[in-house]
Design a protein around this ligand. Structure first.
Ligand code: AMP
Length: 187
């Protein structure tokens, strides 16, 4: 099972991924967590990423792609994995495709967690993370629409996209997710 979770900030990618990882013993990475950890550890990567996270903008592709090989290497050793927050741009998606093709481990499904904007905003305001202020939330949602949402069409064309109504309660979304993965021949 090699999956990408696609969704706006607050769509529940991390929550659903954690449940799936537990049930199916998968590898998992959240690039947002990688950046937050790097910032708190004050590494060179953290210094490069901080201003973008603070502003609610995407970290530049060259910085993300500079660290992703290493992250993917450890995941590819597992029997399956979930990528949460990567790819977020078409360039990143193309790079991912090339890396996975070279390893003969193509993606099985891309799960889009769809949630209306007003619900997303309320969820983010409640979790009170440093990059979840009202101003950055607006910017992060706009960034998602502009740079990441086009990935839906990208993966749709490849026949990989599965969309879920993720505005429902956590357990219900998870049941739908498991059902969808069960129906998918190539997960
Ligand atoms: P997240 O926790 O996934 O919402 O990510 C938090 C922040 O990390 C984002 O707002 C971006 O600034 C940065 N980030 C995470 N993943 C990526 C990525 N694949 N490309 C660019 N920026 C990213």
């Amino acid at each position: 099972m090699r999956l990408v979770f696609l969704g706006a900030p607050g769509s529940g990618k991390g929550t659903q991924a954690a449940l799936l990882v537990k049930d199916f013993d998968l590898g998992y990475v959240s690039t947002g967590d990688v950046f937050r950890q790097a910032i708190s550890d004050k590494t060179a990567l953290g210094q490069q990423a901080k201003e973008y996270l603070d502003a609610g903008l995407l970290v530049p592709d060259e910085v993300v792609l500079g660290m992703i090989d290493q992250v993917l290497d450890s995941l590819l050793a597992k029997k399956g994995f979930i990528l949460d927050g990567f790819p977020r741009t078409i360039l990143q998606a193309e790079k991912l495709e090339a890396i996975l093709a070279a390893k003969n481990q193509p993606l099985g499904s891309v799960i889009s967690l769809d949630v209306p904007e007003d619900v997303l905003t309320q969820r983010m305001l409640h979790r009170k993370r440093a990059d979840d202020t009202e101003e950055t939330i607006k910017i992060r949602l706009a960034t998602f629409h502009k740079q990441t949402e086009p990935l839906k069409a990208f993966y749709q064309k490849k026949g990989l996209l599965r969309s879920i109504d993720a505005s429902k309660p956590v357990e219900e979304v998870f049941r739908t997710l498991v059902a969808i993965l069960g129906q998918t021949a190539r997960v």
